[in-house]
Design a protein around this ligand. Structure first.
Ligand SMILES: [Mn+2]
Length: 557
């Protein structure tokens, strides 16, 4: 599977041309070495599409209802984390090993507690000169010190007890050593003294009752000192490092507890990138947490992850208006548009491949790409292309049909090994939508939504072999159309029922009074709705009428 597929989408409420052109364009892309292009659909199939897929033994493109970029698309899933009981040494090791600057702090159940950053650790190890006392501070237990130093324990008392300790290097003269301690005001029993082979300081420290005596440089200790430490309950260990290094490493044994930033921001993996972008604009967190359930950490992201342009890319076939495109299309990169409809308004940040030809179907444009580039076709691809052409042009009977369609069908027939007439019969004789669907489904099955300035309106179309099936359904169709219009707050909603034998259509309109006066089509006596003689194309015949009607009403430029 490709890492970043580019999905080829037909419009919502797909018709045969939308599905067939997506499939054929995927094949075309693969034939030209662009394997990342994958056909998809953002709506359900219908009987006509199913009949085509069955006949050519081709699976439907996968359904993807929404391409909105989500946090799950940009978050990093393999997260390095620490626990509050970890030491700075362990955190620094992770930061170094994994080349990160921030680590989430989690509990044993993976619940987020906060974060620790390289910056915070830096502040801890290099406090401001005014706070030089902080340079000695270490919150830890003796076991952590032994592990950080890789030290040899000689005598250890209560090694797991966490306490606030203070580090001192016993480098001064024995006479000043005791005085120095008094001046520092650190309780002696919470002091760590690091010293080399100076038995006087070693002895004095034990007698004063320090918490821990660290012999540096891996030096051996006189047995009498060991005995004295045991007698005084003073912990005694040997560090392999020199005194300066030892005292620094002892501080890295400090527990993260106390350094953790607990003011963090957590988000969900399904949050939209666009809304989180706004929400974190004023925040300065080095890392944002992605959690699920009981604050369980599942990923992280940074501001730069969210500001990066989306990696999701799509191609639109058989439409060029955002209102007809898959949900979230306006938030992803539209790489190409291959279409044969009027131009909507589709802004792009970069130049894109945009092919729009006034021909009978999108499949015609794609078939022509195969033909002009001399790319060999499988019979099933040829058949799929024929199906899109036949379905959109009503077997060349629609006024949208051009000379190109006739030419292409003649070229494709021998490759697909099926005649256009036979294929037309298979496609158009599939069950009547009117007979098999609810009024709501009839309106939604091939419904296109258009936007004109602030107005939106919808035009649905179904094709039937004659109008007989409409008998007794008119009332419920009209009322379903009205509900649809109101539910979607459209300016108006239309349903065009086309008789593909006689090449006429009936038009149902749900609208308010002012619009009704502009519609001057004759009324069909039997079905008490408008009869549009010779009208079969929503795109080429009905939409220009709607356009001029909106102009007359001053609603369109
Ligand atoms: Mn089309």
């Amino acid at each position: 599977m490709n890492k970043n597929p580019v999905y080829i989408f037909g419009h919502k409420n797909p018709d045969a041309d939308a599905i067939c052109s997506a499939i054929a364009y995927e094949t075309f892309k693969h034939a030209t070495g662009q394997e990342e292009f994958i056909a998809a659909r953002c709506g359900n199939s219908n009987a006509r599409i199913d009949a085509i897929m069955d006949y050519f033994n081709t699976p439907l493109p996968q359904f993807i209802g929404d391409v909105t970029p989500r946090i799950s698309d940009i978050m990093c899933r393999s997260v390095q984390s620490v626990k509050r009981t970890n030491t700075c040494f362990e955190a620094l090791e992770k930061i170094d090993q994994h080349d990160v600057r921030v680590l989430p702090v989690i509990d044993t159940e993976r619940r987020v507690e906060g974060l620790i950053s390289f910056f915070q650790l830096g502040e801890f190890f290099i406090p401001s000169p005014k706070e030089s006392r902080d340079l000695r501070r270490v919150h830890t237990n003796i076991d952590s010190i032994i592990r950080s130093l890789n030290a040899v324990p000689i005598h250890v008392v209560e090694k797991n007890y966490f306490e606030e300790l203070s580090v001192h290097v016993g480098a001064m003269d024995i006479r000043s050593f005791g005085e120095h301690h008094k001046k520092l005001k650190t309780p002696i029993d919470r002091s760590i003294v690091v010293v080399g082979d100076r038995s006087d300081i070693q002895k004095k420290s034990i007698e004063l009752g320090v918490r821990l005596l660290v012999i540096s440089g891996g030096l051996s200790i006189d047995p009498s000192i060991v005995e004295l430490a045991k007698a005084n309950d003073v912990s005694l260990i040997i560090s392999p490092h020199d005194s300066a290094t030892t005292s620094w490493i002892v501080r890295t044994a400090s527990q993260l507890e106390g350094l953790i930033e607990t003011k963090i921001h957590c988000y969900q993996k399904d949050d939209r990138v666009s809304s989180i972008k706004k929400r974190i604009a004023h925040l300065e967190d080095p890392l944002y947490m992605v959690v699920e359930g009981d604050k369980k950490l599942i990923g992280v992201f940074s501001k730069s992850d969210i500001l990066r342009p989306t990696r999701k890319k799509i191609v639109l076939v058989d439409h060029n208006e955002i209102s007809q495109a898959v949900d979230g299309a306006s938030e992803v990169q539209i790489l190409e548009v291959i279409d044969h409809h009027k131009l909507g308004n589709i802004p792009s940040e970069q130049p894109i491949l945009f092919i729009n030809r006034p021909v009978g179907s999108t499949c015609s444009i794609i078939a022509d790409l195969f033909r002009s580039q001399k790319i060999p076709l499988e019979p099933s691809t040829a058949g799929i292309l024929m199906s899109g052409i036949i379905s959109d042009t009503l077997l060349l009977n629609s006024p949208t049909s051009t000379a190109l369609e006739k030419e292409l069908l003649d070229w494709l027939e021998p490759i697909a090994n099926v005649s256009s007439e036979k294929l037309a019969e298979i496609i158009f004789s599939t069950g009547s939508v009117i007979l098999n669907q609810s009024p709501k489904a009839i309106i939604e099955s091939d419904c296109k939504i258009y936007s004109e300035n602030e107005l939106t309106y919808s035009v649905s179309q179904i094709e039937e072999l004659g109008f007989n099936n409409l008998k007794g359904r008119i009332k419920e169709l009209k009322s379903a159309l009205k509900s649809y219009k109101e539910e979607h707050k459209h300016f108006f909603s239309m349903l065009l029922v086309t008789d593909i034998n006689a090449h006429d259509s009936l038009l149902f309109v749900a609208c308010d009074g002012v619009l009704k006066e502009e519609i001057k089509f004759p009324t069909h006596s039997r079905f008490s709705t408008y009869l549009l003689k010779g009208v079969v194309s929503r795109k080429k015949q009905l939409l220009p009428f709607i356009s001029s009607m909106l102009k007359n009403l001053g609603l369109k430029n």
